[in-house]
Write a protein that binds this ligand. Structure first.
Ligand SMILES: NC(=O)c1ccc[n+]([C@@H]2O[C@H](COP(=O)([O-])OP(=O)(O)OC[C@H]3O[C@@H](n4cnc5c(N)ncnc54)[C@H](OP(=O)(O)O)[C@@H]3O)[C@@H](O)[C@H]2O)c1
Length: 295
């Protein structure tokens, strides 16, 4: 199968490109040749590459900056997402679009299911929620995968930040009152490949369209994630530090974040027959790459 991925340098896009092989080919494209805010650019790119399915992973992901740049966030996350889904639809292609736990308020007690009420707390979450609607309206073969707490060997992410800071400081202060599931980008790529295979084998199957939650198994809080990264780093002779558990109120940010980011993945697992691994397993594979293998 041939996948065209938007957002070449992104964590998920790079993970998809890296995992391609065998009967899976991946072309990941980004700016300047593919700008999702330019509908013609998207249509031209799809026509030139003739993929079987489009993965919409390009997005404005600067959560705090979005508060002061709402136009840019909505241009990419709502209008750009809609452009990609519509251009795919015009070419008769299904689209898998990535969205986020930030569409929820975080006030619920348990893990969020796909049809639970949304309630984004900031510009980024609102722009992604409107993007979901744009995608679903533009393409009858659209699957929206909400994921969360993405990290990888690439780009800016929490795991890399913790390792960098641990090399500089003895104590890291990390919020302990936001719960969710760290999700290793290559595990999102594996879920996308499994889903894409099924979607392409069953064209027009409505059960494979709509919103799904795709995160790793298990849950923790940011401090727990930091502790696991640093524990695994120490096992590999890498940097380590003590984690001081703090409250969100001790670490103010421009964008408010959900206290509960937990996503229920039952629908994804039942529909696509794919079970993502536990988050600690992903952390271990990420640390193998960022620090090195265990002795
Ligand atoms: N990171 C997370 O924790 C997280 C959590 C939940 C959901 N998600 C969602 O998962 C998806 C992938 O996230 P990620 O972490 O892989 O993102 P990322 O590493 O921040 O990469 C985003 C990519 O989108 C590209 N992009 C931005 N605007 C574009 C435009 N107008 N045209 C083309 N490409 C554009 C960026 O390119 P430039 O390099 O040129 O800026 C970048 O390559 C996104 O939809 C995100 O909203 C992420």
């Amino acid at each position: 199968m041939r996948l065209l991925v938007t957002g070449r340098s992104g964590q998920v896009a790079q993970s998809l490109a890296e995992a391609a092989g065998g009967d899976i080919s991946v072309v990941a494209l980004g700016r300047p040749e593919l700008d999702i805010t330019d509908r013609d650019s998207v249509a031209r790119t799809i026509a030139a590459h003739r993929p079987d399915l489009v993965v919409s992973a390009g997005a404005y992901t600067a959560v705090d900056k979005a508060e002061s740049e709402p136009e840019a966030a909505f241009a990419a996350n709502r209008d750009g997402a809609g452009n990609v889904a519509a251009a795919a639809a015009e070419a008769g292609l299904p689209v898998i679009h990535l969205s986020t736990d930030y569409v929820f308020s975080g006030d619920a007690a348990g893990a969020y299911r796909e049809d639970d009420p949304t309630g984004p707390q900031g510009v980024y979450g609102r722009s992604k929620l409107e993007g979901e609607a744009a995608v679903l309206a533009a393409n009858p073969q659209a699957a929206v995968f909400r994921t969360a707490w993405v990290y990888s060997p690439f780009g800016h992410n929490f795991a890399r930040t913790m390792l960098r800071l641990a090399a500089e400081r003895d104590v890291l202060r990390v919020v302990a009152d936001q719960r969710g599931t760290p999700t290793y980008a290559p595990d999102i790529a594996a879920g996308i490949f499994a889903a894409a295979r099924l979607i392409l084998a069953n064209p027009g199957d409505k059960r494979l369209a709509g919103v799904f939650h795709l995160v790793a198994e298990g849950e923790t809080d940011w401090a727990g994630f930091a502790e696991e990264i640093l524990r695994q780093s120490a096992l590999r002779g890498g940097p380590s530090a003590r984690v001081e558990r703090i409250a969100t109120s001790d670490y103010p940010t421009p964008a408010k974040r959900p206290a509960n980011s937990r996503l229920d993945t039952q629908k994804f697992r039942d529909t696509f027959g794919h079970v993502p691994p536990d988050w600690r397993n992903g952390a271990s594979r990420c640390l193998d790459r960022l620090v090195g293998p265990t002795a």
